[in-house]
Design a protein around this ligand. Structure first.
Ligand SMILES: [Zn+2]
Length: 258
C-alpha cells in the first residue's frame, strides 16, 4: 500500500470523536435537520430531511420491511415494535461510519432524494441487526461484538462468512494491521470499514466454533458481557481474542503469498 494511504487511514481512525455506539449521537443527529415523515405503514416509518417523491419514499419503506424480515429470520425471532428509518445526508462532524441505530430508530447515510441502491440495502440490514440487539438483548455488548455481528450478518447476505468468501479478502489496510497490537478493546479506534470487518472475523470465529444457536442464546443472558460469555461458552472472551488474531494473521499470510 502507498504510504499516503496508510497515513490517511491512521488519521481517519483517530480523528472521529463519534463512534456508532456513543451516547448523544442520536440527539445531535436529530437536531441537525427538520425531519419530514415521508412514508409510514404503521410499524415502519421513513423520515428524511426534506420531502421526497412518493415512489422513492415507498421504495425505502419496502426495503426496510424486507430487511426487518431478513434479520428476524437470522435470529429466528420477529422484530417487534415500531421502527423509524432516518435517511441522512449529513452526520455530526467526526462521525465516519455509514449509520447507527438504537432500539427504535436507525440512521443511514444516503441520498434521501434517490431510490435505495444495493449498498443501502446492505447498510439497512446491518443497522437493523443493531435494532434487534438493542430491543431484545439485555447484556451490554462491546464494540467488537456489536459491530462484528451486524457486519457478519450483512456480509452473509452477500456470500461472505463461514462457508463463503473471506471477510477480509477485499479489505483495504489489512496489511498494515499489527496483529500483536490487535485487541477487542481498541478496535473502535481503527478506521470503521477495517474495524467492522475485523470484528466480523471475531464473530465468524465464534460461529464456526459454537454455531448460531449458541451464539444467539447469549442474548438471553443478563449481567456483564464477560460473565454471559463464560456461562454460554465455558471460557472467557480472551481465548476467542487469541483465535481471532490467528485468523487475521492467516489472511495476512494468504495475501503476501498472492
Ligand atoms: Zn454498525
Amino acid at each position: 500500500m502507498r504510504p499516503a494511504l496508510v497515513a490517511l487511514l491512521v488519521l481517519v481512525g483517530c480523528a472521529g470523536p463519534w463512534n456508532p455506539l456513543d451516547d448523544g449521537l442520536e440527539a445531535k443527529t436529530l437536531r441537525m435537520e427538520r425531519w419530514v415523515r415521508v412514508d409510514d405503514d404503521g410499524t415502519t416509518a421513513v423520515f428524511a430531511p426534506r420531502a421526497v417523491r412518493a415512489e422513492v419514499a415507498g421504495s425505502w419503506l419496502a426495503l426496510a420491511r424486507s430487511a426487518r424480515r431478513e434479520v428476524a429470520s437470522w435470529f429466528g425471532e420477529p422484530l417487534s415494535g415500531r421502527l423509524e428509518v432516518h435517511l441522512v445526508d449529513r452526520f455530526p462532524d467526526g462521525f465516519e461510519a455509514d449509520g447507527f441505530s438504537n432500539a427504535a430508530r436507525l440512521f443511514v447515510r444516503c441520498n434521501p432524494d434517490a431510490a435505495p441502491k444495493s449498498a443501502d440495502r446492505d447498510l439497512v440490514a446491518h443497522e437493523i441487526v443493531h435494532v434487534f440487539l438493542a430491543q431484545g438483548w439485555k447484556i451490554k455488548r462491546p464494540y467488537w461484538f456489536e459491530e462484528g455481528l451486524a457486519t457478519y450478518i450483512e456480509g452473509e447476505r452477500l456470500g461472505y462468512g463461514v462457508a463463503g468468501k473471506s471477510l477480509l479478502g477485499d479489505v483495504v489496510g489489512l496489511d498494515m494491521v499489527d496483529t500483536a497490537q490487535l485487541r477487542f478493546e481498541n478496535l473502535h479506534t481503527w478506521p470503521p470499514r477495517l474495524s467492522y470487518r475485523l470484528a466480523a472475523v471475531a464473530v465468524e470465529t465464534a460461529l464456526t466454533r459454537w454455531g448460531k444457536a449458541r451464539l444467539v442464546s447469549l442474548g438471553g443472558q443478563t449481567g456483564s458481557f464477560e460473565d454471559a460469555w463464560a456461562l454460554t461458552f465455558g471460557e472467557t472472551p480472551t481465548l476467542l481474542e487469541e483465535r481471532w488474531r490467528d485468523a487475521v494473521r492467516i489472511e495476512q499470510r494468504r495475501r503476501t503469498r498472492r
